[in-house]
Design a protein around this ligand. Structure first.
Ligand code: HEM
Length: 218
């Protein structure tokens, strides 16, 4: 079946579809989807420990995907400037905010876990989870709050760069540790390290190429 095009070219129509899923719509849609799926997973288990624990893990995994997309966006666009990579780079800020939105659901599920099964919660956490996880959240909040032009201008480009660079590498490290520490009990968690290592490799290769290109320019 052919849909009437109302005089709009396919390229323009494709552009419109892409534009619809740009910016804030992307952030709101991904955050609401993560929240709805987490509630559904918890509800499937009757809001008991297993379902809630599934929701905690799901929020961490959804955040991993969004984090990796934001982390790799610029490097991908530099190495392979295809339409998809350019879309990622254009929406880097909103993917970062989507990660923050998805990771805002993580503590909600964590509180539900602590309330329904305090003993299992104590066994699944340690003081280190709160210290390093808390630092992770401090970075997420500070980075999300300075993702707006006015706030970024207020702290200045140097402080902005310092905050966002140290924050993004800290969060990468935290994902590596959080998945890595579960490998002895659940060996399949090793698979989650692959996207993290891949996006780091992409950034390193893109940085090296960029430096070589700058050195070759007279
Ligand atoms: C105070 C802050 C935090 C607390 C108390 C916390 C607590 C938890 C708990 C209780 C679990 C589930 C453990 C289980 O079911 O065995 C979990 C899983 C996880 N969390 Fe957090 N978390 C925090 C912050 C973070 C942050 C900032 C990140 C990442 C940047 C993160 C990444 C993860 C990952 C990757 C998992 C494993 C998911 C899986 O098993 O697939 N957490 N967290």
């Amino acid at each position: 079946m052919t849909l009437p095009d109302h005089g709009i070219s396919p390229a323009r129509r494709a552009g419109r579809t892409a534009a619809w899923f740009d910016g804030w719509r992307l952030t709101v849609a991904t955050t609401l989807t993560v929240a709805a799926l987490s509630a559904w997973l918890a509800g499937m288990g009757g809001f008991e420990i297993d379902g809630i624990r599934l929701a905690v893990r799901f929020t961490a995994r959804a955040s991993l995907v969004l984090f990796c997309l934001a982390f790799a966006a610029s490097a991908l666009a530099r190495l392979w400037p295809a339409a998809a990579a350019r879309w990622l780079r254009r929406n880097r800020r909103y993917l970062g905010l989507s990660f923050a939105g998805s990771h805002a659901v993580h503590p909600i599920a964590i509180v539900a876990f602590a309330a329904t099964a305090p003993l299992a919660f104590r066994a699944a956490t340690s003081p280190a989870s709160f210290i390093f996880g808390g630092l992770g959240y401090a970075f997420i909040v500070a980075m999300a709050a300075t993702s707006f032009d006015a706030a970024a201008a207020r702290i200045g480009p140097r402080a902005w760069r310092l905050l966002h660079t140290s924050g993004i590498y800290y969060l990468w490290f935290q994902f590596m540790v959080s998945f890595g520490e579960r490998i002895p009990a659940m060996p399949n968690h090793a698979w989650f390290l692959l996207p993290l290592l891949a996006v780091m490799a992409l950034r390193v290769v893109a940085a090296l190429r960029g430096r070589r290109a700058r050195e070759a320019t007279p």
